[in-house]
Design a protein around this ligand. Structure first.
Ligand code: HEC
Ligand code: HEC
Length: 422
């Protein structure tokens, strides 16, 4: 019997509700289908078989080629962003936004059968396969064009080749050139082009997904650190990092070299770092707050500003932070206002005393007041992500962060409603 769903045009309204989408869905993709666990071990040149799991290895990150499930060597790709299947379901093409390539996967045997790298443009973002299964189109968001890719499947294997590009617009790019360049670098793990990472591994956007947060608490040198959002930019938020360790986005060459495994020289790569800073500061829109109840927001604002409750003592100014107050040049060795609000991690993977980027000491448990702009959209909260909700954040710091002891349930709700409106 022919497939009843094999319609040349799949009517849009069939996708209107989740129940309909589930009923008519043809490809079911579960997280477990796409996660390929890799066991990383410290050191170099390590490739040790796990005794209880034959064929599974612990490897150090310098081991460039990671074996695929069929024993062949697979390539490292990062930032899978979109997927398309040929009409027989046998071939899947995955667009990797950060490593900037298209990975071909034999969907039946779940093995890599090809990799198209480099692509002609930057920041691949989406893919469609034409109904003849011979051509794919890859949207390249940064260069504002579409790459045309030929797909050849035969006895000799699968091969992909770029055959052209279609510009999406001939109009002048509305995004200024430095922000556009920074967007590319922020999303790029293309180590063939620049030493921004090692082996196509990590981009800024790997953790700051779409310039925001992956919601992951990473084990950083300073202690556990939940990825903060970059939405709305860093200007006017005072010092950077949870313990005021940095002052400008250009300092992130250290993140490139440490967390991303790259090799950026702050002088040699000054132009690239300026472009990344331009993108972070001006290219990531601030989140739109959720719909809130105006009357409760007004009540909450008044509570937030009450001297006995004390929120606005630290969360002051237009971005609701005292970071950098009285220190307009952001002198790291000067007055840096940090607070202990009862959130120090002392067990497990603890916060530790450390130095800022200029070598000034920073105490383990003293934190920089975060901006509260867009706070509703960036859970979990606190430097180590210990609170999953705004209300939870207030409960966990009861008696340590301001004084909410006099507030009724309704007043606490109003305070949270105000936070959600920021
Ligand atoms: C491994 C994940 C990861 C990667 C990759 C990463 N970041 Fe971050 N980023 C974090 C975490 C976690 C913090 C918080 C660190 C701290 O406060 O000590 C952070 C903090 C920041 C901040 C400060 C935010 C604030 O409010 O203080 C900025 C800006 C930033 N990152 C930009 C970047 C840029 C630009 C890149 C690429 C060069 C990058 N990040 C790569 C995880 C990451
Ligand atoms: C003594 C200064 C101080 C006072 C007073 C204060 N805060 Fe904070 N606030 C901080 C610091 C510092 C952090 C970050 C702590 C951390 O990351 O572990 C923080 C974090 C937060 C967060 C989580 C933000 C995020 O993105 O993780 C919220 C929400 C918040 N405060 C709301 C309030 C409210 C509401 C009040 C009043 C009841 C208040 N704060 C009073 C300093 C203060």
């Amino acid at each position: 019997m022919s497939d009843p769903l094999d319609l040349p045009i799949r009517p849009r309204r069939l996708r209107i509700q989740p129940q309909l989408r589930r009923m008519l869905q043809r490809v079911r993709l579960h997280r477990s289908d796409i996660i390929c666990p890799i066991f990383v071990k410290e050191g170099t040149g390590v490739r040790q078989e796990v005794p209880s799991m034959p064929g599974v290895f612990q490897m150090s990150i310098d081991v460039a080629a990671i074996p695929g499930s069929d024993g062949s060597f697979a390539d490292v790709v990062s930032g899978p962003r979109a997927i398309a299947f040929t009409s027989d379901g046998g071939l899947a093409l995955v667009v990797d936004q950060n490593s900037q390539d298209v990975l071909a996967i034999d969907a039946t045997h779940q093995a890599q059968v090809g990799l198209l790298r480099p692509l002609p443009g930057r920041m691949p973002d989406g893919i469609a396969i034409a109904s003849d299964d011979a051509t794919a189109f890859v949207l390249q968001r940064n260069t504002r064009d579409v790459a045309i890719i030929s797909i050849q499947r035969g006895a000799a294997g699968t091969s992909l080749a770029v055959t052209g590009t279609i510009p999406l617009s001939t109009a002048v790019d509305p995004m200024p050139a430095d922000i556009r360049a920074g967007q590319h670098l922020f999303y790029s793990a293309n180590s063939d082009e620049l030493p921004i990472t090692f082996n196509h591994w990590v981009a800024c956007a790997s953790c700051h997904i779409e310039g925001r947060s992956d919601g992951v608490t990473w084990k950083f040198e300073q202690g556990p650190r939940d990825t903060p959002t970059n939405a709305g930019g860093m200007l006017g938020t005072g010092f950077l990092f949870r313990t005021a360790d940095r002052t400008k986005v250009q300092d992130y060459f250290r993140t490139i070299n440490l967390e991303q495994g790259g090799a950026f020289d702050p002088d040699q790569h000054a132009a690239e770092l300026d472009a990344i800073a331009a993108f972070v500061n001006h290219g990531i829109p601030a989140p739109i707050p959720p719909t809130t109840d105006a009357a409760r927001v007004a009540t909450g604002k008044a509570i937030f500003e009450r001297a006995d409750v004390g929120c606005s003592g630290c969360h002051s100014g237009p971005k609701h932070t005292d970071s950098g107050a009285g220190n307009p040049d952001l002198d790291l060795a000067g007055a840096v206002m940090l607070h202990d609000v009862g959130t120090c991690a002392t067990r497990g993977y603890p916060d530790v005393d450390h130095d800022d980027v200029a070598g000034d000491p920073r105490a383990a448990c003293m934190f920089d007041t975060p901006s509260l702009v867009g706070v509703a959209s960036s859970p979990p909260y606190f430097h180590d992500g210990r609170a999953t909700s705004l209300r939870g954040a207030l409960e966990l710091t009861r008696g340590m962060m301001g004084d909410i002891s006099s507030l009724s349930e309704a007043e606490l709700d109003a305070l949270v409603e105000y936070l959600r409106s920021l």
